[in-house]
Design a protein around this ligand. Sequence first.
Ligand SMILES: [Fe+2]
Ligand SMILES: [Fe+2]
Length: 260
Amino acid sequence: MIRVLYIGDVVGQPGRRALHEKLEHVVDRERIDFTIVNIENAAGGFGVTEAIMEELSELPINAYTSGNHIWDKKDFVDNFDHYEHVVRPANYPAGNPGKGKVVRQTAAGVDVAVLQVMGNVFMPPCENPFYAADRELGEITAKVVIVDIHCEASSEKQAMGRYLDGRVSAVLGTHTHVPTADERLLPNGTAFQTDVGMTGAYDSVIGFRPEEALHRFLMNTPRKLEVAKRDIRMSGAMIEIDEITGRASRIIRIHEKVED
Ligand SMILES: [Fe+2]
Ligand SMILES: [Fe+2]
């Protein structure tokens, strides 16, 4: 049995602070074998930089996922292919930098595959994520497979969970930044949660200050979003998986508050 920790979208400096203050503690407490962190919002809410990748390299993180915001910082995107353990949605058009899946080993030598696909509902248009998942899974031989479904619609995330039930160890949602209370094991042994939530400031609108977010909704004109700073939490899920069969036996929510 191995334990995988999945940490949801890290938003700006407060999110990174939560990782620095809480990640190692949770990895020790929960006896985690493999940690995955979503970094699409790590740099001021928009993308990630090489400097931040360097900063995070001191933490016990085995692989990173991202999403639609991974393209926001040019210095990282220009060097994306140097970052072997960072994935982006597999269903972006061919020719973009980066890749949609990675396989890495735990300290005990268990292969863990991490695959990300992006939904089509209210998201940038990309290849159908269900067919993309079929194709990508056909190239994965690891038994333990974690899939990040990065999208807006709960229905699309739940449909992906059902589609991949019994074929992967876990299907976990990201992108909406709100942790859902529906973590469970699907009938054929795949762990599922509609959204694992964000790691950042919860006194906010999905990690950003309400002032600017409200301006956009009330005035219908642009306003640059600023990262919020209060009520910082690290949010994610822990999944127990039989490494021989790849089936999950347990999923729990992880929610750690950082002291102000
Ligand atoms: Fe996000
Ligand atoms: Fe996103």
